[in-house]
Design a protein around this ligand. Structure first.
Ligand code: SF4
Length: 309
């Protein structure tokens, strides 16, 4: 079977920065213990589990905001994740006397700055993103004058009287280049004077382009976590823009051998928060896989915690 290793893939600068902050805190005894991460440092369960072995506690309390999650911490060090954090949560952590480190990606900070600037200039802000994702949570905490839109349905429901204001539209950094257009078309019909600032980050853009430009293969596998927005979008681009059967897997253990039956080519990419070793293991498995030889079907990962970190 032909295996296409799509590039670029794997860690972006924001993920590298976030991981290096956690590693630094683990190594530095002067940071008070316990070490908490408010959420998952980056959206990858295997990374979160690997850090847990070093005593890092990732707080992920379903349905709670990061500000609310902070209430369960009374001492120690708190790391804010790459997805961004609200000013209110930063202030609350300081008020509680916690030592804080902020791993927010600089591309996310850029969106916060743009939104704050436009609000101060009198704009109403429309922000396109995913519900229940930490990145929009922090942006929406900036002001009540931000209108959140996830899809065309939300865009159609935007209030008509916004037309009287200057309108600034921006978005979550990890959306699909191919999905955002339909939402923008509706916004344009309602508020033709709108100003749009596309904040899909470069790492997301180049990975999606690589998926779009790949050869016509029988199957595409995206190695990434189910919670990872950019990984999900890579799979969407494969399916919707390229019409390739595409699956999101967290590692070799998630490959269904049925997918590989009677196909001759497969491409592999990975999200920006996926350790390269996991993707390489998937590629090695696919290259040696032989439908007729059960000796090549072993899907047990050989990776250790040290490999992943
Ligand atoms: S995917 Fe983009 S926004 Fe997210 S951490 Fe990476 S570079 Fe930053």
């Amino acid at each position: 079977m032909q295996v296409f290793d799509l590039t670029p893939r794997g860690y972006c600068h924001g993920v590298l920065n976030a991981l290096s902050i956690v590693k630094k805190v683990i190594k530095t005894e002067s940071y008070p213990r316990p070490i908490y991460v408010l959420g998952q440092i980056v959206h990858n369960k295997k990374i979160t589990e690997a850090f847990e072995r070093f005593g890092v506690i990732s707080l992920d309390q379903k349905g709670k905001t990061r500000l609310e999650m902070l209430e369960s911490i009374d001492f120690g060090t708190v790391i804010f994740t790459a997805h961004g954090i609200s000013d209110q949560a930063i202030a609350r952590a300081k008020e509680k006397g916690l030592v804080t480190l902020n791993a927010t990606c600089r591309d996310v900070i850029k969106v916060h700055v743009a939104v704050k600037t436009k609000l101060s200039e009198g704009y109403k802000v429309i922000y396109i993103g995913h519900r229940n994702h930490p990145e929009p949570e922090a942006v929406l905490a900036i002001s009540k004058d931000i209108y959140f839109v996830e899809d065309e349905k939300d865009a159609l429901l935007l209030p008509k009287d916004l037309i009287q204001y200057p309108i600034f539209v921006t978005n979550q950094t990890t959306l699909s280049l191919y999905d955002i257009d339909s939402v923008l078309k509706i916004i344009e019909t309602k508020y033709p004077h709108y100003l749009f600032d596309n904040e899909i980050c470069n790492a997301t853009t180049v990975r999606q382009h690589a998926v779009k430009e790949q050869p016509d293969v029988d199957l595409m596998l995206v190695v990434g976590d189910a919670l990872s927005s950019n990984s999900n979008k890579l799979r969407d681009v494969g399916m919707k823009a390229k019409h390739i059967p595409s699956y999101l897997i967290s590692g070799i253990e998630d490959i269904k051998l049925d997918w590989l039956h009677n196909i001759s080519s497969v491409s592999v990419t990975s999200g920006a928060s996926t350790p390269t070793v996991i993707t390489e293991e998937v590629i090695r498995f696919l290259k040696q896989y032989d439908q007729k030889d059960p000796m090549t079907w072993d899907q047990k990962s050989k990776l250790t915690v040290e490999d992943i970190l």
